[in-house]
Design a binder for this molecule. Structure first.
Ligand SMILES: [Zn+2]
Ligand SMILES: [Zn+2]
Length: 295
């Protein structure tokens, strides 16, 4: 998608993303090892949204290959996942039993809930990953994940001021009166979720990866599954002023022209985000106006 983010996403099959600057994975659907190859030795942390197969089936092979193939086999992996998710619980039990005493590195499991935050190593700025609640599974809480960077921003009341004035105000009133610290969302990943109506967690995201399994509400009502759709993703992205909208987890039942039609209809209604792309047959495509570029 750009030089920081690689991934694959197709509903029911597999969804995963590797965010290189922080050496972390968002979900772990199958195909990670084949696609990333040696890069799996870079993985430090894995953030899971929920325990459906298409989001976790790649984990056993990553764990195993990190132990057996040539590379640095001693770097630990930490896995963060929604507490109470029974399927991830089974997978953890399986991996713990199978790999007990055999792993050369530490595989650490961290069950967490909404609001949990984890510092990640990025050289540039203080970065963390934070969990938020999404509505997907019944009986336990699925999570979305935000990659956030600590930034200093001018307080809203001084937004119109020039650089010179800001300098003067800082001298006069002190830094904290003029500037505030905020956690800027560089990337927001919803995992699987019903359409998001409260966009608080998506606000001003540089990149939003959002469940867009279906085309629109009518298509969604045919299914009892708890997923989003393209129209709702556009609505949420517009309200949240997202810069780069990535429609992911699209259903394999649609032809490319169905998807492009739904994108056009939604863009007419809610406007087009500055940058826009979608996944088709697992792969990412970026849209630039009416033409389209393969990335
Ligand atoms: Zn899924
Ligand atoms: Zn799911």
């Amino acid at each position: 998608m750009d030089n920081t983010l690689t991934g694959y996403s197709k509903a029911l099959y597999s969804t995963w993303f590797y965010y290189k600057p922080a050496r972390l994975m968002l979900d772990a659907g199958e195909g990670i090892s084949q696609t990333l190859g040696k890069k799996i030795f870079g993985i430090r942390k894995i953030f899971l949204t929920h325990g459906h197969e298409d989001h976790i089936a790649g984990l056993p092979s990553v764990v195993n290959l990190r132990n057996l193939s040539n590379g640095d086999r001693e770097i630990p992996i930490a896995v963060y996942y929604p507490e109470g998710d029974p399927f991830i619980g089974y997978l953890r039990e399986y991996l713990d039993k199978k790999q007990k005493h055999r792993l050369r590195y530490d595989l650490d499991w961290h069950p967490v809930g909404p609001g949990a935050s984890v510092d990640v190593e990025v050289t540039r700025r203080h970065t963390r990953v934070r969990a938020f609640a999404v509505d997907h599974t019944r009986g336990w809480q699925s999570l979305g994940w935000r990659i956030e960077e600590k930034r200093q921003a001018i307080r809203p009341e001084f937004l119109g001021a020039s650089g010179e004035e800001i300098g003067r105000l800082v001298n006069e009133k002190g830094k904290s009166a003029v500037l505030e610290t905020l956690w800027h969302p560089m990337l927001v990943y919803t995992g699987d979720t019903r359409p998001i109506t409260d966009v608080t967690e998506l606000k001003n995201a540089d990149t939003l990866l959002i469940d867009s399994t279906f085309l629109n509400t009518e298509e969604m009502s045919e299914s009892r599954m708890s997923h989003g759709h393209i129209e709702a993703s556009f609505r949420a992205a517009a309200e949240a002023k997202v810069k780069h909208l990535v429609l992911m987890h699209l259903s394999g039942r649609y032809l490319k022209r169905d998807i492009l039609g739904a994108i056009d209809a939604a863009a007419e209604r809610y406007g087009r985000p500055p940058k826009l792309g979608y996944f088709f047959e697992g792969k990412y495509f970026e849209l630039r106006g009416s033409e389209e570029a393969d990335q």
